[in-house]
Design a protein around this ligand. Structure first.
Ligand SMILES: Cc1ncc(COP(=O)(O)O)c(C=O)c1O
Length: 455
């Protein structure tokens, strides 16, 4: 339970930081007025208006672990496009590959000569033999769900409460009074998603087995750690047990590694020797250009071919015109082979470990019942003494006012965290000085937040 005085202080801080933001960002304010004339909410995607700043921050230039805004202020970026720029903004190999491809065509509905090389790159990186591409991780998950239902002949999807796998409708559900129902915030969804999707709490093996034993679950789709409701790490052996249980009941296991690619080169599954039936990745694999991929074994490839061959000719419901285009093929190779190297990961993991230690020290200094969860290069600050075991515990630890105050306080001092939670990501060119700056300002924030409060 958070001290109510903390929330009162956070509200006051938020008001003064909103005023500072407007003083610091006259150009962003000006651009916002202009953008409002033709964009809904004044932004290309409506959720870009939900960051909690009085007007959106407009970006001028992003490179490495930094960017500058329209007002010429330099920021250290720990959001990194919510993983899209996890290997650094405009890394030299990716910029070079895109420039080289730029004069040679972008899309043709046919594979470029790079395609065999990209297949090999994906296979080497993630350790699965066969691949298909998509344009977004949302689409990759959607396609995998179609394949899984086609291959198994079963209809149900099993996910975890608090999951997010993109805007794939089937996964946008919540548990309310023990029932899986449509997320209340969904716009324009008229189907009952609970008809074919079942959600259970993360880290609850008994609940998983109870559902799998019914024999109608085509696929269990999960991230190795929940990363979209704060962060919920798996208990020791949990994902391994999911692998064993899904195999036992004839359900396919899909691991969505779109965020947990932060764990190590190759992702969480490779690092922990778990082989899923499908592995989904998106966001950073083409340096931030829209691209995603899903991998599977040779045996699964045979089952997929059989399902396709048995179906009548026509639309499969799997595919989009621009997926696998020539430009993204070039960018995938340059990202996974030349940017996300073993040395890059060593740097990211080393610095993330240091940041975790330093954050914990600051939290301890102020005696706050807060904690840090880390998955490789990704860290999450949560307002609970012990890291949560499931989404319900993670939700109980959330506080929008304190979170918004932290974000705006840091942003006004040149540090960007990931919006909608307290996530920090380290990229291959984040420096010791960058993390020292973050820790120093976080320390100052806590001093201000706790003014006049006995902890
Ligand atoms: C785990 C996970 N999977 C998939 C997605 C979807 O990615 P995209 O929005 O690029 O389609 C997200 C987006 O945040 C995600 O967090």
């Amino acid at each position: 339970m958070l001290n109510p005085n903390l929330i009162t202080n956070a509200q006051a801080l938020l008001a003064s930081e909103r005023a500072s933001y407007m003083k610091l960002h006259p150009k962003s304010a000006e651009l916002s007025v202009k953008a409002n004339q033709h964009f809904l909410y004044g932004v290309p995607m409506h959720w870009m208006n939900d960051w909690g700043t009085p007007v959106p921050l407009f970006i001028n230039h992003a490179e490495g672990a930094h960017f500058t805004c329209a007002d010429g202020i330099d920021y250290t970026d720990f959001c990194l496009g919510d993983t899209g720029a996890m290997f650094g903004h405009s890394s030299a190999p990716v910029a070079k590959a895109i420039a080289a491809q730029a004069g040679r065509g972008y899309t043709a509905m046919l594979p470029s000569t790079l395609a065999p090389d990209v297949g090999e790159t994906l296979s080497d990186f993630f350790g699965l033999d066969y691949w298909q591409l998509a344009t977004t991780a949302t689409d990759a998950n959607r396609f995998v769900l179609r394949w899984a239902r086609a291959v198994t002949g079963r209809s149900k999807l099993l996910v975890f409460d608090g999951c997010y796998h993109g805007t794939i409708d089937d996964t946008e559900i919540d548990i309310v009074n023990g029932k899986t129902v449509n997320r209340a915030s969904l716009l324009g969804q008229v189907y009952d998603l609970g008809l074919h999707t079942v959600a259970v709490p993360f880290n609850d093996l008994a609940a998983v087995e109870h559902e799998l034993a019914k024999g109608d679950v085509a696929v269990l789709l999960t991230e190795p750690a929940l990363t979209n409701c704060g962060m919920v790490l798996p208990h020791a052996g949990f994902i391994e047990s999911l692998r064993a249980l899904t195999s036992k009941y004839g359900t396919l296991l899909t691991l969505d590694e779109t965020h947990t690619i932060s764990t190590a080169r190759g992702g969480w599954a490779k690092a922990n020797s778990v082989t899923p039936d499908f592995l989904v990745v998106g966001k950073p694999i083409a340096g931030g250009l829209p691209a995603a991929a899903y991998g599977f074994s040779e045996a699964m490839a045979a089952r997929m071919k059989a399902a396709k061959d048995e179906a009548p000719a026509g639309h499969s419901g799997i595919g989009t015109t621009l997926s696998g285009n020539m430009m993204t093929l070039a960018a995938i190779n340059a990202t996974l082979r030349d940017t996300a190297t073993e040395a890059a990961y060593q740097h990211m993991l080393g610095l993330a470990t240091k940041l975790e230690i330093q954050f914990n020290q600051v939290i301890k200094t102020y005696g706050l019942p807060w904690s840090i969860s880390r998955m490789g290069a990704r860290l999450e600050l949560q307002f609970c003494a012990n890291p949560p075991s499931n989404a319900a515990e993670a939700r109980a630890a959330q506080n929008d006012t304190i979170e918004s105050a932290i974000h705006l306080y840091l942003l006004n001092r040149g540090v960007l965290l990931t919006p909608f939670h307290n996530m920090m990501l380290i990229c291959p060119v984040t420096t010791e000085a960058d993390i020292a700056k973050l820790v120093r300002i976080f320390n100052e924030f806590l001093k201000d937040l706790l003014k006049g409060i006995e902890q």
